[in-house]
Design a protein around this ligand. Sequence first.
Ligand code: SAM
Length: 167
Amino acid sequence: MAVSVLRLGHRAFRDKRVSTHVALVARAFGASNLYYTGDHDSELEKSVDKITTAWGGPFKIEHVKGYTKFIQNFDGEKIHLTMYGLPYEKETKKLNKKDKLIIVGGQKVPWDVYEIVDKNIAVTSQPHSEIAALAVFLEHTSDKPKFKNAQQHIIPKEKGKEVVKNG
Ligand code: SAM
């Protein structure tokens, strides 16, 4: 099962850090693609590609012009993360084995998104953040990723830091 993330409404001047973190969480927790709407931002793409080059992939970031057709044409289960949705604890048990498109918002999410997806799922019914919602959701639903072609990897340690260059 492949997992992709769609981040809605990126604003190049205000959202660079949050969108970068959405991408990093998506990659670290097993998604293979981050699609985003809003401003096309080559700096965002470069910084995400740099992480993928250093720490491994496959992971692609790609701008898409509009969300409606993109969501409708996605061949798989389309899940919008929103505090107004049904609790993830129950809903994640009902997911099928199809590929997944996980949609997260930024500012106000347009109403039709709630209608064109298969499910609206909440990670608590409280407002928080797209980064946190995505991390919790993927931790509960995705397989642990195996990163390929990394330039380096970490040796986990109780204290200190150890990063080893791959041969
Ligand atoms: N006020 C916005 C709205 O009405 O759509 C939401 C803004 S929130 C800062 C940005 C994104 O974080 C949301 O679009 C949603 O994807 C995610 N999010 C925030 N709280 C959430 C929650 N409790 N469960 C799931 N996703 C959440």
